[in-house]
Design a protein around this ligand. Sequence first.
Ligand code: AMP
Length: 358
Amino acid sequence: MSALPPGSVIGILGGGQLARMLVLAAAPLGLKCHIFAPETDSPAFQVSASHMVAQYTDESALLEFAAEVDVVTYEFENVPVAAVEFLEKLKPVRPGSKALSVAQDRLKEKWLARDMGAMTADFTSVDSLEELRKRAGLMIEYPSILKTTRLGYDGKGQAKLHSESDIDAAWAVMKNQPAILEGFVHFDREISVICARGVDGAFAAYEPTENVHRNHILHTSTVPAVLDVELAIEAVYLAQRMADTLEYVGVLAVEFFVGAHSLYVNEIAPRVHNSGHWTQDACVVSQFEQHIRSVAGWPLGATFRHSDVVMTNLLGDEADAWEKLANQPNLGLHLYGKAESRPGRKMGHYNRITPRQG
Ligand code: AMP
């Protein structure tokens, strides 16, 4: 397919801040967005050309949505695969259901990384309390982390095990859902690679980003990351192999743990990612524009970074400091237009840029 011309409509499943920033990045390219989301107060509705409120299981709504768009993408990986498979019969969906089904399943994700020759934490599947009792401490040494295989994010559905006495409580967190037990990686730092693959198979990656979490939620992303150049090259190479294997189209985020001279793949996200928000103010083409370019069949944009940058998330009432932040030079402020602030809720972020050193 040739590139979608300006005036075309990109359909986005999900209406949160990521969709909102995709819409804002599509506008300068003359592309319009149509949002499909179940929540009536979705932040993306405030800025998009059109939207519809419906459940992802509502096939007649999906049919109507498909008729109104030229291509479909999604802003989060918990969109039901069935909805994407349904839409794929009607319009191109980028990235497709293959990438989505891998990203929704921590076991498939780990096997994909291993197939690429990458290291991951040791892991085993655990489907019952009995299995956990048999495997914890024996197959996977303590400390370890138990995670729901599906539908986990920002540390939700996870429990750490230090000894046998933690088994019952950890299993209770899983609420009887299938789980994965992971060995604890004693890493020095966490990084991610934000990359993109075009319809024609072209590939482009931003520099690896160093990420710091607080209470399992991203706090800051810093670029340049403190990272051996060999590990940076390996991280980008692994991301490219994964994107190629998944026949991926769009922006892909790959998160890694970094140990002494070693990389471990933690997880992938088939979408624009919080750890790529720094590209909005430190690069000519942001991850959001890059995703729009990819899914619309446009050439990929430059990933060159013109400034050093630290991105900081604003959670809950931290966003109340907007006026003070707006007064600071060299700071790109991005607020998500959410009416209700709750502790831990992502309300916005800012990018503090400084001249590039070297
Ligand atoms: P996840 O939802 O898998 O990204 O996990 C959230 C955070 O928990 C990660 O960013 C790490 O800080 C930590 N974490 C997850 N898995 C492991 C592991 N196997 N070893 C050490 N820390 C982990």
